[in-house]
Design a protein. Structure first.
Length: 167
């Protein structure tokens, strides 16, 4: 290997999920450990839910040409979707197990935050389950803080988009 390939930092970006990529994106869920699978819905379910929600936005997360995860947001309050949020809610977010610990998740969320900041969105909400495989530490390192509210048995967090400094 040459030094350029060893030091290569992949381009983390979002791409639409298409008929030809759907199965590959859905299969990413199968890479997760049982503990992590208990914390996030399978991508096939998320894609189906997004299809039925006019408030949902979803994308596959890629590192260069390799699909590594899935992200889905929800904008606004929608009783029928079970989301009651005064802004943008990070509804689903996952990085496949083989790609965890490489900074891809942080980079993907930073891309989302940059996008929201450019749109003038002040706050990004999310929630997490407690127990083994919980993403609480990940979100806290990024600056999310508890709101004191819950989504079912999940703890709600919020991030001030305008105050976020890229790391």
């Amino acid at each position: 290997m040459d030094s350029e390939s060893v030091n290569h930092t992949p381009d983390i970006h979002f791409m639409r999920i298409t008929v030809t990529t759907m199965n590959q994106i859905c299969a990413l869920s199968e890479s997760l450990s049982p503990a992590h699978r208990g914390m996030v819905a399978d991508n096939v379910r998320s894609i189906a839910e997004a299809y039925f929600s006019p408030s949902a936005w979803m994308r596959a997360i890629y590192a260069d040409d390799t699909p590594v995860g899935f992200i889905m947001t929800h904008t606004g309050s929608d009783y029928e979707d079970g989301i009651d949020c005064p802004g943008v809610f990070l509804w689903r977010f996952m990085i496949a197990e083989p790609y965890q610990g490489k900074g891809y998740g942080r980079q993907a969320l930073e891309k989302l935050i940059q996008h929201l900041k450019a749109m003038g969105v002040p706050l990004l909400y999310t929630s997490y389950g407690q127990g083994e495989g919980s993403p609480e530490g990940f979100y806290r390192k990024l600056g999310f803080t508890p709101t004191g509210d819950h989504y079912g048995d999940e703890i709600e967090l919020v991030l001030s988009v305008g105050d976020y400094a890229l790391q």
